[in-house]
Design a protein around this ligand. Sequence first.
Ligand code: PHE
Ligand code: ZN
Length: 881
Amino acid sequence: MRTDSGQIFRLEDYRESDYLIPEVELTFLLDPQETLVRARLVVERRENVAAVTALELDGDGLNLSSLAIDGTPATGTAFEATPDRLIIARPPSAKRFTLDIETRLQPSRNKALMGLYVSSDVFCTQCEAEGFRRITYFLDRPDILSVYTVRIEADKKAAPLLLSNGNPVESGKLDGGRHFAVWHDPHPKPSYLFALVAGDLGMVSDSFTTASGRKVALGVYVEHGNETRAAYAMDALKRSMRWDEERFGREYDLDVFNLVAVSDFNMGAMENKGLNIFNDKYVLADADTATDLDFANIEAIIGHEYFHNWTGNRITCRDWFQLCLKEGLTVFRDHEFSADQRSRPVKRIAEVRGLRAHQFPEDQGPLAHPVRPRRYREINNFYTATVYEKGSEVVRMIRTILGEDAFCAGMDLYFERHDGQAVTIEDFIKAFEDASDRDLAQFALWYHQAGTPHVAISSRYDAGEKSFTIEIEQSVPPTPSESRKRLMHIPLAFGLVGADGQDMVFDAVEGAVVEDGVIHVRKRHHSVRFTGVPARPVLSINRGFSAPITLSGETSTDDRLFLARHDSDPFSRWQSLNTLFTEALLSATRTVRGGDEPLFASELVGAAVSLAANDALEPAFRALALTLPGEPDVAREIGANIDPDAIHTARIALLKAIAREGRATFDALYAGLHDNAPFMPDAAGAGRRALRNVLLEYLALADENPAPAKRQFDAADNMTDRAAALTVLANHFGETQEARAALSAFEARYADDPLVLDKWFQIQASVPAPETVALMRSLMEHPHFSITNPNRVRALIGTFAMGNQRAFHSADGSGYRLVADTVLALEAHNPQVAARLATAFRSWRSLETGRRDEARRVLSDIAKHENLSRDLADIVERTLA
Ligand code: PHE
Ligand code: ZN
């Protein structure tokens, strides 16, 4: 494990390397206990670098067996090798020379899951961001682009399958039951995209013919016996390939595309050139084992990794500060893909809910950082919602500002200009400026400034003058290390909604640039005056969530209810109802803390019920509209002195109020939504199930009776309905015989299926009750709990820490201690996953004093440990700062 040197990396310190590595030949003699790696590097001195300048290669825990320089074995003083560095003080003076480096690895002991490791008897690699240096010494930075040739040798029985990047070149038998394969990737790539897989896997194969007629062999590799569960992934891959051609004009560029599912993986998936490696959670799916959400995630992540081929691989990052260059852009592309495959409005609402749940708390807490950070201690800690999700929102705003045509021209120019290069955010922005003739200098602050901008709005109608005026005030709250903020360019999509629900037309507008339904806010204050407005409109603002901001204003309940019913923008309809729910929950939470029973306005409860029954709206939309803001959403709105128990009580009270009012309506709807057709993972079917499952919770609460959930659990022919029913039973009826029986039946049925068993752990970890802490301690003793499998850790501990506000924040601090103990246990073998789990503490300062003190104590105890990994030390210290 790397221990912390405390070194900080800064954007302004970027410097080109003195040497390049145009060619790499790797040979792997695979063995789980001891693997020999031979690397032949062709090294080239850059143009204006003096001959014999020292060459320093990165390593991480390496064990050097031998080194030759230009074919001659190097000895003694010719080099200096430590586990973390290989320094050749006086390299050959020729412009080009070769290094032959031999290292020895122990893949089966690698539990950090970075570099070369073994997962369920399959050799695989993970090199992003800095894992390649755990395989061999290298200039392990993304601006070093090399052509790779890889030879793999392994035992033929244990590893009949040998894969690497690029195209297959040669394969054959060797002595002693071994065999080999050679792969060549003609596209120069950074080391973080290198990959190797070797093992005994089942396969689904297919092919895809690109627009220009290249026939590509496609392979999806999974554990034997899981082949039928890979069909959906293959289908999603082919749809991704077609979509990128049609929407972005981007074709695939190799003869093969392979995708491998492994069961031990730190993240979701990895876009290695021509050989994507996936967490099997995002590959395997069928009706019996995967929910609709699983199917949607698989489609999105298959798309995401495939789209990286152009945004990330062909055009890569100059350095890791530019991570959002590939991630934000590729998330934007996968969002668009999903929106085209499914319902665009429903997808947008889900994105915004995700952004608020994951990115807003990051931006508003101690770990806040710009979309393009300027400094880091450990780059692994910057694979964040800010870089990914806010990074995507920023690209989306560029499209809003430029319009579809200029945006496409900018993308085309970016691809054309930078293909084969390692570039920066400045290069990206410049392509849009050049293609559109616009100045994006102020807009670029979205990349450079952390924090969620706030916009305050008020408006008035003057009937005599027939004018409508909107007062707009922007502010950006201070964040760690950035106390003063500059004014942003905020594109606010809007409409002036008339009594008939149509947008009103106006004669003229002054006070801001207003174009194509967007107000461009660029100053601190704008007074935007519309004239020729025949009657008082209802203002619909930030339509489609055109800017990732928080908004305040004194919109009346009547106006919000009106927008919820009539706005032409579906996002805004959802938002209006959601805001009303949030306001009701804020006031109910205050009531609960004052010791009283909360009451809810009948018009709000009635609006929810009538929306549920509105056949003109698609079921998936209705399901989202009827889903109350989560407990963390309410906590975020409260902002300070948070009492999670009061929020929980208030939310249950609103659920029950709606349940009682809607009982008869929901009953009829629930029955009507049932269909007898076999399960299909399409968007329409998923939408019907989503609505039905939201209704199920209300029905169970209406009579406080587990029977409806029990019936659905027993009758379900698919995992979506089964897991939803089990969740209702566990969350609301945990003490009943019905809940206990269902949990055991589920456990028995799926004992041998790790991905489904993860759901069983997850459902129990999310039960919002104080007793969950004790239950967690016993689940961690379960024979199937494993601290080395990241999916299992995330399902149990991750869910508890990030998805169970009430139990994690138990007043006695027991939830904090449980998570801290796990973080420290994980830290010893997998610092990356440990550090991520520790981010659960990031909102500790906004809690009421008792919990705040408990959290601070637990965090300080972690910080006191000696030899913390760089990953964990970085998170804990920033969280406490
Ligand atoms: N680059 C991967 C993705 O977003 C994420 C990842 C990062 C995976 C680091 C593994 C390690 O597509
Ligand atoms: Zn990505």
